[in-house]
Design a protein around this ligand. Structure first.
Ligand code: ADP
Ligand code: MG
Length: 375
């Protein structure tokens, strides 16, 4: 009984007074190219928290970044899931929200990390399976859990339902208790992984097909899977409680101004750049404990307002690729991820240095210098 009281007081403090920081981990995918690309990887694992990347202004130097976790080329889906994602899930049973976001340029492994494939299932199938199992195990006569899902995409600052596709931009609302809701969004109850797949896979497939017809749209929109954990207590003093898990495959973070600058592309790029910029501002504000967090400045952060910061448990997985052509996008990702994390300059270990000094990424624009972050 005493333990019970202590526990509930701790929970109270946690949810009401403690603002959780956003955890940040980085995942480096293996090289998928051949030949040159593979020889001169510009990123390298240091330890389970750190990596180093060559400094393009001085090849003799590298910059070391430290994160909550670093997953190198050999890390498996299981490593990422058990190391960084699974520990977050039990908070859902206590009614606390959580969000997991995959960030990075197109091709760096966001979808592999979040979705994976049947042989290497990613965060989404593993988390859904575990949430279903956890809620089954925790259910008893007087306290039952049910799980439901919604699936949406944010494209050009429009919130679109992926379970009941339409072009309607769904409004985001906030209720009296500061819960964020999308009232018109389709919600499906799920009791098994098969249930989940029956809703999720067709929607996911449709999105991928549309993306090849429509300018790789899936790289240009944020996909958001919401898993809602409802607790119903049959006791007069307790009411219904809902916790939300948001699983997000973000739009590609590459500098879209470089790749396309006309018409639809320009419009898409503007929306992506500004929503990822707002996301970085929000993470920054949360991790620095700033009084104002600009959630309302984009649809994505508005939707995540109750699941990012506050009492919510959030994790950003920054996906990076080792190839030279990704160098500047990698720096952008690391610098996005490194807000308030430790960064140091150090000499690059000789054996990884290119022999001829030929290592130079194509420099797109002078303004993209990474150096304000390496000091
Ligand atoms: P993104 O969603 O960021 O555009 P993808 O997840 O589609 O990137 O990854 C690009 C390619 O790299 C895919 O063919 C994917 O299977 C592969 N890939 C990504 N990450 C890994 C990894 N950790 N191990 C093996 N292959 C990977
Ligand atoms: Mg993808």
């Amino acid at each position: 009984m005493a333990t019970h009281q202590r526990l509930s007081r701790a929970d109270f403090h946690r949810s009401d007074n403690v603002s959780e920081q956003v955890q940040v981990c980085v995942r480096l995918r293996p090289a998928v190219g051949t030949g040159q690309d593979q020889e001169a990887s510009c990123v390298r694992r240091v330890d389970s928290h750190s990596l180093e990347i060559l400094n393009w202004k001085n090849e003799m130097e590298s910059v070391k970044y430290k994160f909550d976790a670093f997953y190198g080329e050999t890390a498996t889906q299981w490593d990422v899931y058990t190391g960084s994602v699974k520990p977050v899930l039990h908070h859902l049973l206590k009614g606390q929200n959580a969000s997991i976001l995959a960030y990075g340029p197109t091709g760096a492994g966001k979808t592999h990390t979040m979705l994976g494939n049947p042989d290497q299932p990613g965060v989404i199938p593993r988390a859904v399976r575990d949430v279903l199992q956890m809620t089954r195990e925790a259910s008893e006569d007087k306290c039952r859990y049910s799980v439901s899902m919604s699936y949406l995409e944010i494209y050009q600052e429009k919130v679109l339902d992926l379970l009941t596709p339409s072009l309607r931009d769904l409004p985001i609302r906030e209720d009296r208790n500061h819960n964020i809701l999308v009232p018109d969004l389709t919600q499906k109850e799920i009791t098994s992984v098969a249930d989940f797949e029956s809703h999720f896979l067709p929607a996911s497939r449709k999105r991928t097909v549309a993306s090849t017809q429509l300018n790789q749209r899936s790289s240009r929109s944020h996909s958001v899977l919401l898993v809602l954990v409802n607790r119903i207590r049959d006791l007069p003093t307790y009411s219904h409680q809902t916790a939300k898990l948001c699983l997000i495959d973000l739009a590609g973070s590459e500098d879209n101004r470089r790749t396309g600058n006309q018409g639809l592309r320009l419009k898409e790029s503007g929306a992506i750049n500004s929503s990822l910029f707002v996301l970085s501002k929000v993470v920054d504000a949360l991790n620095q404990g700033l009084p104002r967090v600009p959630y309302r400045d984009s649809k994505l952060t508005r939707l995540l307002q109750d699941s990012l910061g506050g009492s919510a448990h959030s994790l950003i997985i920054a996906n990076i690729a080792p190839e030279k052509k990704y160098y500047f996008d990698t720096l952008t990702s690391l610098n996005f991820a490194a807000k308030s994390k430790q960064i140091v300059n150090k000499p690059f270990t000789q054996k990884v240095l290119p022999q001829t000094g030929s290592w130079k990424p194509a420099k797109p624009e002078e303004t993209e210098s990474p150096h304000n972050h390496s000091e």
